[in-house]
Write a protein that binds this ligand. Structure first.
Ligand code: HEC
Length: 144
């Protein structure tokens, strides 16, 4: 009889422990679920940042800003003025941009392109272009 009681007690004990474990696992799962639910929708990823995973940063994201080619940005945003030289914009397909590069250096060209310069609007109206995107567009103009 005593033996049985001891057995029953240890069985109960094991059962209790099991319940406690189950409960804490459940709690941990709930916590994860909550964290999952309240975490930010997106995370900011600077192009080339290792923590975003080099591969994803380099691949076309299909999203708003990153990973467009200089040609795409030029065609979409800069060509409006630079294709024909509107308002004295250095004209695409000529050496006008190259002459400016020789005269001022890339740092000045880039900062003028980003911040605006006379009739050149800031970022060439491409408000979602990163500095790298602007640089790529300038490089594209210089190459052509
Ligand atoms: C609304 C017309 C317009 C658009 C759009 C435009 N530009 Fe310009 N850009 C100009 C004009 C005008 C100038 C010449 C400014 C001057 O020399 O007074 C210029 C000059 C520049 C220069 C030379 C700046 C310097 O210091 O001489 C760069 C570089 C440049 N643009 C880059 C870009 C890029 C890159 C884009 C597209 C993302 C772009 N532009 C879109 C009008 C435009």
């Amino acid at each position: 009889m005593k033996k049985f009681a001891a057995k029953a007690a240890s069985a109960l004990c094991a059962f209790g422990l099991g319940m406690a474990l189950t409960a804490s696992v459940q709690a941990a799962t709930d916590k994860e679920a909550i964290i999952e639910r309240i975490k930010p929708v997106g995370s900011v990823c600077i192009q080339g940042d290792e923590s975003c995973g080099g591969a994803t940063a380099a691949a076309p994201a299909g999203g708003a800003s990153s990973a467009r080619s200089g040609e795409e940005i030029y065609t979409g945003k800069c060509a409006a003025c630079h294709a024909s030289g509107v308002l004295g914009a250095p004209k695409f397909g000529t050496n006008e941009m190259q002459l400016r590069l020789d005269e001022k250096g890339m740092e000045t060209l880039l900062s003028h392109a980003i911040n605006g310069f006379n009739a050149m609007p800031p970022r060439g109206t491409c408000s979602d272009c990163s500095d790298d995107d602007i640089q790529a567009a300038i490089d594209y103009m210089l190459e052509n």
